[in-house]
Design a protein around this ligand. Structure first.
Ligand code: PHE
Length: 459
């Protein structure tokens, strides 16, 4: 009899693809990717990022899914079983712990930013019903950031939405949500791209995104691009391992892996094409927009564009939906772990995880107002002078995710037996299997390692 997960199973290949794409496509694609590209000079960053996805992201994505499917439990327990089966060092179980801590840290700030998108959806919805337009977008955004009560309230609303889905379980919660939300997301995005392309400066936006300006490349570009590749594919924190645990045995892992990586990359590029034509046509410099890029520059455009209010509402609704399907996946590993380990009901486990993330998230909320002067000391390498949110984000995205991914690649490449790999990846022809194994053994770890240590030796 085929081993299944106690948490339930995806009902089909499609269900997994939707859920994993839902996890991958999120704020990382629509909020973070555009401003990362903007801050790193556009095309050159995009190229390095695409290389990271292909050479490191996809092979590690496949590793996570196969480890999860073999183990059929939450990451820490799946790894515990695997280590026992292989007679390997218990140290490898640490991958699951890094993942769970990174998940809580990421969800803590993710939910705060998702709260901004809910707030903006609300602002545009009320404008449709006659509320005054956002006359000074910069002031509106800094007004929101300056108000800890409002920020933590939206942060709470978003957490409640997430718990609402996770508490219902794999089939009734996660799968049902993505079946409905992912098609909606795609239609919204397509509408926005077509509208952006016909109203804004498409050619300049394409040049900005796809024409590399090599003078803009630095050590920072690589670490940012690698961090972004991990973040956007939800890698390095065992999310994909957890989703893999619910994947039926007959499904081809390489095939679904490629589908998810392509869909995720496609959405990031489309988001760029929905945003930059408008940013540029309003005379805003696409470079150096920072995290506020879409919240401060786009509302200028929405005020004067034909159907701008409706466009604004669609845009922020899209972001909220994308964030929702990702945060579900951020919560699932720790929730599944609590169910297995402590025997909590799923509902209670989800509430505990959400409560912890909400409280940790207050550090992000306060980093914009009452704690805004708290900074990492100037002299500290790489993270010197960052505020609390930037520090948490950097440590989780740019250090913990690549570190987790590096260990996952080494574990799958060197420790897991060839026969197990062959069994899980049985749809790969022998030549490609050998290539994949070589990549996770040598290429991906070397690239990730180089990127991980670069900020400490460069500069
Ligand atoms: N991939 C998500 C995004 O791009 C974020 C995420 C990271 C989700 C890690 C799960 C795990 O927004």
């Amino acid at each position: 009899m085929e081993k299944t997960s106690i948490h339930g199973m995806w009902s089909s290949r499609m269900a997994f693809v939707l859920a994993a794409t839902g996890s991958a496509v999120g704020l990382g694609n629509i909020w973070r990717f555009p401003y990362m590209a903007s801050d790193n000079g556009g095309g050159a960053f995009v190229l390095v990022y695409l290389a990271c996805i292909a050479l490191v992201g996809l092979p590690i994505l496949m590793s996570e899914v196969l480890l999860g499917r073999h183990g059929r439990r939450s990451p820490v327990n799946a790894l515990t079983d695997l280590v026992r089966e292989l007679g390997a060092s218990k140290g490898w179980i640490g991958i699951g712990w890094i993942g769970m801590v990174a998940g809580v840290l990421i969800l803590s700030f993710y939910s705060v930013v998702a709260g901004w998108t809910l707030h903006y959806s609300w602002l545009y919805l009320s404008q449709l019903f006659g509320a005054a337009p956002i006359s000074d977008p910069g002031a509106t955004f800094s007004g929101l950031l300056g108000n800890p009560l409002e920020l933590s309230a939206w942060h709470a609303v978003f957490m409640v939405l997430t718990v609402g889905v996770v508490a219902l379980g794999v089939e009734k919660g996660l799968e049902r949500a993505v079946r409905f939300l992912m098609p909606a997301l795609f239609v919204l995005l397509l509408t926005l791209v077509i509208y952006g392309a016909t109203t804004g400066h498409l050619t300049e936006a394409m040049a900005f995104l796809f024409k590399p300006d090599w003078s803009q490349i630095s050590g920072r570009t690589f670490i940012d691009a690698m961090g972004q590749a991990f973040f956007t594919l939800s890698l390095g924190m065992c999310t994909m391992m957890t989703y893999g645990a619910y994947l039926p045995k007959g499904v081809s892992i390489p095939q679904v892996g490629v589908t998810v990586a392509l869909a995720d990359t496609g959405v990031a590029l489309m988001a760029g094409l929905a945003i930059f034509p408008i940013v540029i046509s309003f005379g805003i410099d696409p470079q150096g927009g920072g995290p506020g890029l879409i919240f401060t520059s786009l509302p200028h455009a929405f005020n004067t564009m034909p159907f701008g209010i409706a466009y604004g509402l669609l845009f922020f609704a899209l972001l909220s939906v994308a964030a929702w399907t990702s945060s579900i996946s951020l919560m699932e590993p720790a929730t599944a772990y609590l169910v297995e380990r402590v025997g909590l009901t799923r509902r209670k486990a989800a509430l505990v995880v959400a409560g912890i993330c909400w409280i940790v998230g207050l550090a992000t909320v306060f980093s914009f107002n009452i704690w805004s002067s708290v900074r990492v000391p100037e002299g500290v390498r790489v993270i010197g002078n960052k505020n609390i949110m930037d520090m948490i984000e950097f440590v989780a995205n740019n250090l913990m995710l690549p570190l987790g991914g590096l260990l996952i690649a080494l574990f799958a490449g060197w420790v897991v037996k060839r026969s197990l790999l062959k069994d899980e990846l049985n749809t790969l022809p022998p030549g490609l299997l050998a290539l994949w194994r070589w990549v996770v053994r040598v290429i991906a770890p070397l690239l990730v390692l180089a990127v991980l240590i670069s900020p400490f030796v460069l500069d």
